[in-house]
Design a protein around this ligand. Structure first.
Ligand SMILES: Cc1cc2nc3c(=O)[nH]c(=O)nc-3n(C[C@H](O)[C@H](O)[C@H](O)COP(=O)(O)OP(=O)(O)OC[C@H]3O[C@@H](n4cnc5c(N)ncnc54)[C@H](O)[C@@H]3O)c2cc1C
Length: 416
């Protein structure tokens, strides 16, 4: 594509949650690798910065730009599967949900998934998207090879032969370049059983370590009030008290012969893994999420529960609690530590900031690190202190994009 073929209409972009918006000078939807390269070179030539929009499911300003905004939803599809090496490759715009059937046909499954499957794979990887399970890595940690267009407009491949660059690319918030294709470590195809239950906080508190250790996936939503489940569209029986109770999700691997072993009773399903993981949410909320070392998880969650009960009783969204395995990615919240993931949300249209600031303050003592796609209060100073290999990430970023073409106003102070 020559630069004159680029659509140059002003384009207003808004994220899923409705709290981030921008008007890009140039918006383009490349159809193939050559068009991505042409677009990036066009931007470099005009001094425009470049950001890529995934599915827009981040709550932070990680997509916004007044320069060039790229949408790679035309670059989709699984490009290779390797059941022997347990690998799957896909174009950057492939959604998490799109991995399910083709991987299954090849005898493979994604090792884990999160609360929704709407994200594009490059977007999920960029921010460290995760599911739950103390032994299960995030999408970022599963990245084994990435092909991207760097700040010189050149295609670069990063793989396991260069662990330094790979660990930078695993969580890069789009700051190393435009990702074209990724290769992930995946698992042999597996089925899951689902067990949804409603339990008083005290019961969860008493069985904490056992629940984490015994189940492949254990997670819960602690509800401050009966109405809290509705805010996240979590189904609860009408007579079920939810105040100071938890909506508990447990998934375990199980051997199943199809079709007889498939069970579709909600809350007790047995199915292929990709059909058990949830699809999406309809109603926006504004979410913040921090990860603390797993050994401090109970103390940290208890502190936020207490904060909500005493100082912020007006905040009604549940606390979501999950676990993630340690990994090596330089900007990962799980860098060299398994974590307990603590998420809170504010209601759109209300001033929830004092509450979020209080949560941030309370979790500082646990050396909490943020999910890059969810609201946070990170500064460069805090990042330097919290991420042991922050300097190495910055070195790689400068090697691949010395002029900062892929930074925006949110990322420049943090990663410039
Ligand atoms: C309802 C909801 C549920 C969620 N559930 C979970 C969950 O269970 N677990 C979890 O960890 N997170 C969860 N998230 C957060 C979400 O997974 C992350 O914010 C993720 O990054 C969003 O992916 P996306 O495709 O929407 O990317 P976007 O938000 O559009 O972009 C994210 C980042 O990726 C970059 N990017 C995208 N594509 C490319 C590319 N080709 N090249 C370079 N950079 C690129 C963007 O520039 C941006 O920096 C949830 C969010 C919502 C709204």
């Amino acid at each position: 594509m020559s630069s004159t073929d680029l659509p140059t209409t002003d384009r207003i972009w808004t994220n899923w949650a409705g709290n981030q918006t921008c008007t890009a000078a140039v918006f383009a939807q490349p159809r193939d690798e050559d068009e991505v390269i042409a677009a990036v070179r066009h931007a470099i030539g005009r001094g425009l910065n470049v950001r890529v929009a995934g599915a827009g499911h981040s709550f932070t300003p990680v997509v916004t730009t007044g320069g060039m905004l790229l949408d790679l939803t035309r670059l989709t599809g699984i490009t290779a599967t390797d059941p022997t090496r347990l690998r799957a490759s896909a174009l950057a715009g492939t959604t998490v949900g799109d991995f399910g059937p083709p991987l299954w046909e090849a005898g493979l499954s994604l090792t884990n998934q999160g609360d929704i499957d709407k994200q594009v794979i490059a977007g999920a990887i960029a921010t460290g998207t995760h599911g739950s399970g103390i032994d299960l890595p995030s999408f970022s940690a599963a990245l084994r090879r990435v092909r991207l267009v760097d700040g010189s407009g050149e295609v670069v491949e990063i793989d396991e032969s260069d662990p330094r660059r790979l660990r930078a690319a695993q969580v890069a918030i789009g700051a190393l370049g435009v990702v074209l294709e990724v290769e992930l470590a995946v698992s042999p195809a597996y089925h899951l059983t689902e067990e949804i239950s409603y339990r008083p906080w005290q019961e969860i508190a008493e069985a904490w370590d056992e629940l984490i250790a015994r189940h492949r996936h254990f997670s819960f939503f602690w509800c401050p009030g009966d109405e809290s489940v509705d805010l996240y569209q979590l189904p609860a029986p009408p007579d079920q008290p939810m105040a100071d109770h938890c909506y508990v999700k447990i998934y375990d691997e199980v051997e199943v012969a199809e079709p007889d072993g498939i069970v579709s009773t909600v809350g007790h399903r047995v199915d292929r893994a990709y059909r058990i993981y949830p699809g999406g949410y309809d109603t926006p909320f504004h979410e913040m999420e921090y990860m603390v070392p797993a050994e401090h998880g109970f103390t940290a969650v208890s502190a936020i529960r207490e904060l909500m009960r005493t100082e912020h009783p007006d905040q009604r969204y549940p606390i979501e609690v999950r676990w993630t395995a340690a990994d090596e990615a330089y900007l990962s919240p799980n860098h060299r530590r398994a974590t307990t993931v603590i998420s809170v949300s504010g209601e759109p249209g209300t001033d929830y900031w004092p509450f979020l600031r209080a949560v941030d303050e309370r979790l500082r003592e646990f050396r909490a690190r943020p999910h890059w796609g969810k609201l946070h209060f990170m500064t460069r100073e805090r990042m330097t202190e919290l991420f042991d290999e922050f300097g190495t990430f910055l070195d790689v970023r400068r090697e691949l994009d010395p002029d900062g073409t892929f930074l925006n106003d949110h990322l420049r102070p943090l990663l410039g």
